[in-house]
Design a protein around this ligand. Structure first.
Ligand SMILES: [Zn+2]
Ligand SMILES: [Zn+2]
Ligand SMILES: [Zn+2]
Length: 502
């Protein structure tokens, strides 16, 4: 029942041009330019025949030094994580306030859904004047519960143990969301206010106007569900979103890549018309512009997703072929939904299954987890570190909230992203660097720090896996990335293994 994508056949030439490996000069040019733009002079990307791309030190680093701060090309927060953390859809910074973060999470948990409809932040923030009095009266009635010194309930609440989950009254949750209830010392943890999507959707929120505009221009304007969206078929887009939410976040990223390539190409076209001068030399026709817009993604190592995705442990080897076929079908279904929503004839090759599969495969092979520490966790630690009597006073208010949040109070923002420079770093089981968020790193950038001294000229390596696993397990884990590791540690241990066999 193999499905055939007609675009694969019709545009086979354009597709192979898009998927061709860039020439060494093109690759060098792209990365030199990118490093210059980031004002990052301490590293260089070099390409060699045997290991492909690699990142090399152009300066000496000491253990703990920052080696690279890398901005993602595309990224997304995991759908299931959206309940836990309200972050800027573009830079992943936490937004709103400690109160809003907590209230929103409790509200969404109460609805029992981690995805789908987002409730209106805009309206809840400015609570209506008339309702205000009633609201605050309500709040005062419930305040005794909040503060934990209710007289009649105290017997029952003291019975339930410290860790027991206790829901908060709806009114309290509302007052956290609308800003009426201010938690003690939350002023120490000021977050940027919530900026709505330029296109008027309720799904995406931002930390600033500049993030909202950057996201809109780079990819969101075609994928927005708001009234200003450039998407042709909103129902199809809703189906695409639902499908991706229910199957794999990676499809959201693939949609962003396609959307951003189209938007960039449109921009190039507009600039050409305006200047009345060819933008890319005399032969700058459609394909060249498309290639130029596609350039950042042409640099990433790619394979078809269904060919490179790791076989799950519970799938038997003899079921491999049918598993890979299923993955291909899944991608095909997702692509058809995306095509129904934003297809444009000028960019037809981008909607071929071959390109879609390779984009997703690029993520599968290169993506880095995006993690941003939670200010809510910091807040509760801060309260816990206060001294008597401040701590006891504050805890009267915060303790019931902690109980309502349960063990999940400290869940951080989690997502996945493709980072152009970090993804060039090769693996080693005894790496000299690692991805590591320092206290001051509060957004979605990838941070690479040295784990030991690195000298000029040395290759900078990170570990893709848990490098403390035994040799065989490491090799098995790395097989999912499509290579056999020959780092010094593996060479040493493989010698040891083979001598044991004898
Ligand atoms: Zn932002
Ligand atoms: Zn939007
Ligand atoms: Zn190794």
């Amino acid at each position: 029942m193999e499905t055939i994508c007609s675009l694969d056949i019709q545009y086979s030439k354009a597709i192979s041009t898009l998927l061709a490996s860039p020439s060494p000069q093109a690759l060098q040019g792209y990365f030199d330019q990118l490093l210059a733009k980031r004002q990052c002079s301490g590293i260089k990307i070099r390409q060699s025949n045997d290991v492909g791309k690699g990142v090399y030190a152009e300066a000496n680093y000491m253990e703990g030094d920052l080696v690279l701060k890398d901005q993602m090309l595309v990224g997304t927060q995991h759908v299931s994580n959206k309940v836990d953390a309200l972050v800027c859809s573009y830079c992943f910074r936490y937004i709103g306030s400690i109160e809003l973060q907590i209230g929103r999470k409790l509200y969404l948990q109460g609805l029992g859904k981690g995805e789908g409809e987002e409730f209106e932040l805009g309206t809840s923030k400015h609570i209506q004047k008339e309702g205000c009095l009633a609201e605050s009266l309500h709040l005062r009635e419930n305040h005794s519960v909040m503060a934990g010194h209710s007289d009649s309930d105290s017997a029952s609440s003291s019975k339930s143990e410290d860790n027991a989950y206790l829901p908060l009254p709806k009114e309290v949750i509302e007052s956290l969301i609308n800003g009426e209830l201010v938690l003690p010392y939350s002023k120490e943890f000021v977050l940027p206010s919530v900026i709505s999507c330029v296109g008027g959707c309720a799904e995406e929120h931002y930390c600033s106007k500049s993030c909202a505009e950057a996201d809109w221009e780079s990819c969101h304007s075609l994928l927005c569900m708001g009234e200003r969206s450039g998407c042709r078929n909103m129902e199809a887009l809703a189906r695409f979103t639902e499908h991706a939410n229910g199957t794999n976040d990676i499809f959201h990223l693939a949609a962003k890549v396609i959307s951003s390539t189209i938007l960039k190409c449109e921009k190039f076209k507009a600039a050409q018309f305006k200047d009345n001068e060819p933008y890319f030399g005399p032969n700058a026709l459609g394909t060249n512009l498309l290639l130029e817009a596609w350039r950042p993604f042409s640099m990433g190592y790619k394979r078809r997703w269904w060919d490179c995705v790791a076989l799950p442990n519970d799938i038997d080897c003899n079921q491999e072929a049918s598993f890979r076929m299923q993955m291909r079908e899944l991608a095909f279904t997702s692509l058809q939904l995306l095509k129904d929503s934003i297809f444009c004839e000028d960019y037809a090759p981008l909607f071929s299954l071959e390109i879609y599969g390779n984009i997703i495969g690029m993520f599968e092979l290169n993506n880095l987890d995006v993690v941003v520490a939670s200010p809510v966790e910091d807040y509760f630690i801060y309260i816990d570190d206060l001294l008597f009597p401040k701590k006891e006073e504050a805890m009267e208010v915060t303790q019931p909230i902690l109980k309502a949040l349960g063990d999940d109070y400290s869940i951080c923002c989690q997502g996945t992203g493709f980072f152009p420079l970090q993804s060039c770093m090769n693996h080693s089981c005894s790496p000299n660097a690692k991805a590591f968020k320092r206290d001051e790193d509060r957004d979605g950038q990838a941070i690479i720090v040295a784990v030991r001294d690195i000298h000029t000229g040395e290759e900078i390596t990170i570990s893709y896996i848990d490098e403390d696993l035994p040799y065989e397990e490491r090799q098995a884990a790395l097989a999912d990335y499509g290579f056999k590791c020959t780092c010094p540690k593996c060479l040493e241990e493989s010698k040891h293994c083979s001598s044991l066999e004898k």
